[in-house]
Design a protein around this ligand. Structure first.
Ligand SMILES: *[C@@H]1O[C@H](CO)[C@@H](O)[C@H](O)[C@H]1NC(C)=O
Ligand SMILES: *[C@@H]1O[C@H](CO)[C@@H](O)[C@H](O)[C@H]1NC(C)=O
Ligand SMILES: *[C@@H]1O[C@H](CO)[C@@H](O)[C@H](O)[C@H]1NC(C)=O
Ligand SMILES: *[C@@H]1O[C@H](CO)[C@@H](O)[C@H](O)[C@H]1NC(C)=O
Ligand SMILES: *[C@@H]1O[C@H](CO)[C@@H](O)[C@H](O)[C@H]1NC(C)=O
Ligand SMILES: *[C@@H]1O[C@H](CO)[C@@H](O)[C@H](O)[C@H]1NC(C)=O
Ligand SMILES: *[C@@H]1O[C@H](CO)[C@@H](O)[C@H](O)[C@H]1NC(C)=O
Ligand SMILES: *[C@@H]1O[C@H](CO)[C@@H](O)[C@H](O)[C@H]1NC(C)=O
Ligand SMILES: *[C@@H]1O[C@H](CO)[C@@H](O)[C@H](O)[C@H]1NC(C)=O
Ligand SMILES: *[C@@H]1O[C@H](CO)[C@@H](O)[C@H](O)[C@H]1NC(C)=O
Ligand SMILES: *[C@@H]1O[C@H](CO)[C@@H](O)[C@H](O)[C@H]1NC(C)=O
Ligand SMILES: *[C@@H]1O[C@H](CO)[C@@H](O)[C@H](O)[C@H]1NC(C)=O
Length: 806
């Protein structure tokens, strides 16, 4: 095969030309292959009225006046590479990176035997990486990153004995890393990141004694981290093996890489302790060991790494206390220790870290008070202390803070008024503490920067601040489970981007906030367990809540008919629009490439659900949940047929109202429905057989009504127990013991008393939870913490899968 190639080259080479006009016609051919030149770089400039050597991007040799370099980088050109380019026989530099060239590379390029520098990066080339690259015996740099190359790395690259830089990252390259590559002894820079490479790292990599940068991250590589990297010791400055499947311990030879400035082993399965030899790497500026299986304490030797700017140890199994000598890392910008088993207090020496921008200690078992000196961290933008055992009051936050998350601790006292001075604050999550006092009025004024505020599950009292200003940027406001009273501030209507409003479990006394209709981004509205009253059916239909997917009005004093126009406008549940919703967590995430993605704050985190007598807490809200819960109010009249058009509805709860009339057969069209609760009303007539179409129905409660006639048989109906039907004197058929078709009716043997009845459960899911994807939380986790609500797990998992398939 290779022999044949060489024969072909020979023929091409024999056609010798020696004039600059050859170069000119090669360029004109290239120009004719360019289909889009938005800035007209070539259109007028590459004109035969001037010498090729004066054309833009072209360099000629001073002696022979032939083209030696072509540089068309970053010109936004679209086109293909013409084969005539192979006629530029003096070309040594070819740089066309950052354009939109596509197609495959013509084999005629092999004629360019003087080639030293090839940069095709950031284009759209496809096909395999040509094996004839191996012919460029003088090549020093080969850059093909960010294209659509597929297939394996050709072993012929091992013939490039002068190669110093090889960049193949961000393609779809698969297979193993060929051993021959390590014959390129001058290689200084090797980047194979973000491909689909597999297998282990060949031990021959140790032959690359000049290597400075080794980036193999984001592949499917496995095995242990090879000891032979110790052979590269003197040269290596950066090693990135992150996002692979490496296992085993960190090899001790790592201690010999004394020039190392960056070490990334994030997102692997590296286990064991952090080796003491790491302390020898005194040039380290970036140490990323996060998202592995490391155990033990942070070794004292790390104390010597005083050049560290980034230290990421999050999501491991590390134990012990947070060392106070971290306070000596005067250059530290990011310290990330979240999701470990750290105990003890936050050392006050951290207050010395004047360059610290991000501090992440969430999800540990850290106790004690938040040191006051944290307020002195003048560079700090992100502070994440969620889910620890912190006590005491909240200290004055540092002035430049943007992300402030201290949720789920045991903090007491009031919100310090100094919060009002945080002019850059975007996210404030103080939920699930024992905070008290009133909500500072300034929150409303700050809403031009604030995007998410969660103060839920505390003891705040008084009124919700009134002054949400025009241009309010709030996307999420959670103040549920407090003792707030009064009305909902109408100025919330200024927060046009509001996604979620959760004021549940307070003492609010107001009518239905129909002015919310202006908020066309609102997806979740939770007013449960307050003193809201009045009718909704008069809701102004000229405005609408088309994106609303969860509405929870449980346990208020709403009255009147069920709001038919309101349901008509719920497009997110009614039509195709809702089907395009991605199953994401609803949370405020700081989008960063590095491991600080954990700086999320969940919308409505810590929501609790009472279902079948169980109190279940959910970590987060999935964007695909659709719930209508109007239960425990005083709604009257019939169930509107239009509810049957809410095709994407998962949970419908109209229980404990004064609804009359039949169950509309249209409810049989709710093909996604998981839970239907119409219990404790005054519904009459038969159970429509159409309900058999509800193929996903996991929970059905029709108890305590006046239903009669036969219970539909077959399909999901075989799975419900008699609990679903109790308190309806005239129902018959399985699972009830009363047979249909006989007239010997005996009085209902079921007690019609509602109180304390095991059946009298409230099913009002407002949820989604951290399944698998985050925090490594599994199904098992949910089971253990909640006492096996298997039916709920089944619902959540099934819905997730169903939506994932779309
Ligand atoms: C083409 O561009 C080069 C470099 O910008 C410039 O020096 C030259 O004058 C231009 N020629 C024409 C004909 O515009
Ligand atoms: C090509 O031009 C760009 C921008 O002027 C420059 O950054 C790059 O180094 C040049 N390439 C070569 C090979 O000189
Ligand atoms: C340039 O190369 C092509 C083949 O790629 C060849 O057919 C053509 O004759 C050459 N043109 C000139 C002007 O040398
Ligand atoms: C790739 O090119 C595009 C413009 O074409 C640019 O926006 C982007 O930053 C480049 N990416 C890299 C990694 O260089
Ligand atoms: C290197 O090139 C020679 C021809 O020059 C070829 O025979 C050999 O197979 C090549 N080696 C590799 C590893 O590609
Ligand atoms: C690596 O180096 C050793 C000794 O220097 C040599 O024997 C071996 O052939 C080299 N391996 C490769 C793939 O170049
Ligand atoms: C690494 O270096 C040792 C000696 O320091 C040598 O014996 C071994 O062959 C080298 N390994 C490789 C893969 O080059
Ligand atoms: C570091 O290298 C030296 C020689 O270069 C060797 O003796 C020593 O064993 C190496 N250390 C480790 C931990 O491999
Ligand atoms: C490397 O670290 C080990 C363990 O901390 C230590 O014993 C050894 O002296 C260090 N070597 C160098 C060269 O610093
Ligand atoms: C914060 O810094 C100021 C001056 O820089 C100092 O006076 C004060 O004591 C520091 N606060 C704490 C709690 O260390
Ligand atoms: C807010 O900042 C102003 C001016 O910087 C200062 O005078 C005031 O004391 C600060 N308020 C609080 C509560 O820290
Ligand atoms: C609600 O507020 C009104 C006056 O604004 C008052 O008359 C009524 O009693 C309150 N209702 C409840 C349940 O607190």
């Amino acid at each position: 095969m290779f022999g044949l190639l060489f024969a072909t080259f020979g023929v091409i080479l024999s056609a010798k030309y020696s004039s600059i006009t050859v170069d000119q016609s090669a360029f004109l051919a290239l120009k004719s292959h360019i289909t889009h030149d938005p800035y007209n770089f070539l259109t007028t400039n590459w004109s035969t009225s001037t010498s090729v050597c004066s054309w833009i991007g072209v360099t000629c040799g001073s002696r022979h006046h032939r083209v030696t370099a072509l540089n068309l980088s970053s010109m936004d050109l679209t086109g293909t590479i013409s084969s005539q380019l192979g006629n530029l026989s003096f070309l040594a530099w070819l740089d066309i990176h950052q354009n939109s060239f596509h197609g495959s590379l013509p084999i005629e390029l092999t004629n360019l035997r003087r080639m030293k520098y090839l940069d095709f990066g950031n284009n759209s080339f496809n096909g395999e990486i040509p094996s004839w690259f191996g012919c460029f015996s003088k090549l020093q740099r080969l850059s093909l990153y960010l294209n659509n190359f597929i297939g394996v790395i050709p072993s012929t690259l091992g013939n490039l004995s002068k190669l110093e830089r090889l960049g193949l990252s961000w393609n779809q390259i698969s297979g193993r890393i060929p051993n021959s590559l390590f014959k390129c002894k001058d290689l200084k820079f090797l980047s194979l990141s973000s491909n689909s490479l597999e297998g282990s790292i060949p031990t021959e990599i140790g032959n690359l004694t000049s290597l400075k940068v080794m980036a193999l991250d984001e592949n499917n590589l496995e095995g242990t981290i090879p000891k032979c990297i110790g052979n590269m010791s003197s040269s290596l400055t950066a090693v990135d093996l992150g996002n692979n499947n490496f296992h085993g311990e960190i090899p001790l030879v790592i201690g010999n890489l004394t020039s190392l400035q960056s070490l990334y082993l994030s997102y692997n399965k590296v286990s064991g302790k952090i080796p003491l030899v790491i302390g020898n790497l005194t040039s380290l500026r970036e140490l990323f060991l996060d998202n592995n299986k490391l155990t033990g304490e942070i070794p004292l030797v790390i104390e010597k790494l005083t050049s560290l700017q980034f230290l990421h140890l999050s999501n491991n199994k590390l134990t012990g206390e947070i060392p106070s000598w971290f306070g000596c890392f005067s250059k530290l910008q990011r310290l990330s220790l979240y999701l470990n088993n750290f105990i003890g207090v936050i050392p006050s020496t951290l207050g010395n870290l004047s360059k610290l921008e991000r501090l992440g200690l969430s999800w540990n078992q850290i106790s004690g008070e938040i040191p006051l000196v944290i307020g002195n961290l003048t560079s700090l933008q992100m502070l994440s202390l969620q889910s620890n055992k912190l006590t005491g009051r909240i200290p004055t936050p540092p002035p430049l803070l943007q992300w402030y998350a201290v949720s789920t601790n045991n903090l007491i006292g009031e919100i310090p008024s100094s919060v009002c001075n945080l002019t850059s604050l975007k996210v404030m999550a103080l939920d699930e503490n024992n905070l008290e006092g009133t909500i500072p009025k300034c929150i409303g004024n700050m809403s031009s920067s604030l995007t998410a505020v969660d103060l839920g599950n505390n003891n705040f009292h008084g009124q919700i601040p009134e002054n949400f200003a025009k241009g309010c940027m709030l996307r999420s406001l959670g103040i549920n489970n407090n003792e707030l009273e009064g009305s909902l501030p109408r100025s919330l209507g200024n927060c046009k981007g509001l996604n979620l409003l959760n004021v549940g479990n307070n003492n609010l006394n107001d009518t239905f906030p129909s002015w919310l209709g202006n908020l066309d981004q609102l997806q979740v509205l939770i007013l449960r367990s307050n003193r809201f009253y009045g009718q909704i059916e008069s809701f102004d239909i000229t405005v609408s809540l088309t994106k609303l997917r969860i509405i929870d009005l449980y346990h208020n004093n709403f009255s009147g008919y069920l709001p038919t126009p309101f349901f008509e406008h719920m497009h997110a549940i009614r039509d195709e629009y809702g089907k395009n919703v991605e199953p994401n967590y609803m949370r405020e995430v700081k989008p960063t490439k590095d491991a600080f993605g954990v700086f999320w704050v969940d919308y409505a985190s810590g929501l609790s659900v009472t279902a079948k007598g169980l109190e279940i807490k959910f970590e987060s809200l999935l964007s695909i949940w659709t719930v209508i819960d109007l239960s425990s109010n005083q709604f009257r009249g019939e169930i509107p047929k239009i509810l049957g058009e809410l095709h994407l509805l998962l949970v419908l709860n109209l229980s404990h109202n004064c609804l009359i009339g039949p169950i509309p057969s249209s409810l049989g069209n709710l093909s996604e429905l998981e839970s239907l609760d119409l219990s404790s009303n005054k519904l009459e007539g038969r159970i429509p057989t159409e309900l058999k179409n509800l193929g996903f129905l996991e929970v059905l409660n029709l108890s305590q009504n006046n239903l009669k006639g036969p219970i539909p048989q077959g399909k999901q109906f075989d799975t419900f127990t008699k609990d679903s039907y109790m308190g309806n004197s005239d129902l018959c058929g399985f699972p009830l013991s009363k047979n249909c078709g006989t007239d010997e009716e005996t009085p209902a043997k079921f007690d019609r008393d509602d109180d304390g009845d095991e059946l009298n459960w409230k099913f009002s899911i407002l949820m989604g939870y951290g399944c698998g994807l985050v925090l490594g939380m599994s199904m098992a986790y949910i089971v253990f913490t909640t006492g096996k609500p298997w039916w709920l797990i089944r619902i959540v998992e099934r819905v997730r899968q169903r939506f994932a398939k779309r």
